[in-house]
Design a protein around this ligand. Sequence first.
Ligand SMILES: NC(=O)C1=CN([C@@H]2O[C@H](COP(=O)(O)OP(=O)(O)OC[C@H]3O[C@@H](n4cnc5c(N)ncnc54)[C@H](OP(=O)(O)O)[C@@H]3O)[C@@H](O)[C@H]2O)C=CC1
Ligand SMILES: O=C(O)[C@@H]1CCC=N1
Length: 263
Amino acid sequence: MKVAIVGGGVMGEAILAGALDRGVFEPQDVTVIEKVDARRTQLRAAYGVEATAEFGPMGDAGLVVLAVKPQELATVKGRVRPGALILSIMAGVRIATIQEAFDHPFVVRAMPNTPAAIRAGMTAWTAAPTVTVEQRSIARRLLGAIGRELYVDDERKIDMATAVSGSGPAYVFLFIEALIEGAVNVGLPRAQAEELVVQTVVGSAQYLQESGKSAAELRAMVTSPAGTTAAGLLEMERAALRAAIIEGVRAAYARAVELGGPA
Ligand SMILES: NC(=O)C1=CN([C@@H]2O[C@H](COP(=O)(O)OP(=O)(O)OC[C@H]3O[C@@H](n4cnc5c(N)ncnc54)[C@H](OP(=O)(O)O)[C@@H]3O)[C@@H](O)[C@H]2O)C=CC1
Ligand SMILES: O=C(O)[C@@H]1CCC=N1
């Protein structure tokens, strides 16, 4: 099957790399449609795929991945062939908008995240009711190649997932940056601070995944009576860290809905 990836940026490349690595695509079947000349050169050299600024290859593809920014959808002028699957990862952009833009019924909407670049992504996805069983299985295989995938039955949940797992890596990186600054603040050299913090975050996430316990239970296990953690947590709660995160997710969700335009 011929594949066209429209937009060879951060996410377009992550999907390409994962799919090639897992044998979901073969390089000779893939064309990346990318307007930045230097990116086309890089992608050709790194993955052995075709890369062009022309939209023509969209018309030959059985699978068209839309990985441009939501605001750039209007600049994508290609036509898709009957029976092809369009898989969009654009934040906020609704299935109906894509169906209308390309006059095409078969649309999957997915929300991956940047850890997809190392096949550790989390993708929520859904499909228009018209999408066939075979097309759904192509989507599942592709998204499974870049990490975990979760099918959701309601398109509104894609906007919710955008605010949680799509944007989530940025929240986690902000927390990591802050924890490193805290470590430096109490006197640790930066390189040691980074090593301590990164493994703490990786180990905590892994422990949560493998222990079968909830985050609240695991947090309680760290928090000794009258100990250091209780002192630290009290200050963070006083600074409304928990409320700030909840409000942040709500704002990201509102922005995803707004990007989709009026209902
Ligand atoms: N980054 C993230 O964490 C995530 C992003 N997404 C979604 O993925 C999409 C892509 O994001 P991301 O990869 O970060 O963005 P990037 O800006 O890295 O990639 C988009 C690329 O497409 C190019 N482009 C724009 N218009 C066209 C066009 N008409 N034809 C060909 N190429 C074009 C852009 O060029 P130029 O830079 O010159 O505009 C850019 O190189 C967005 O819709 C975003 O909502 C989804 C999940 C996570
Ligand atoms: O910030 C954004 O709009 C995109 C979507 C999810 C992550 N990045």
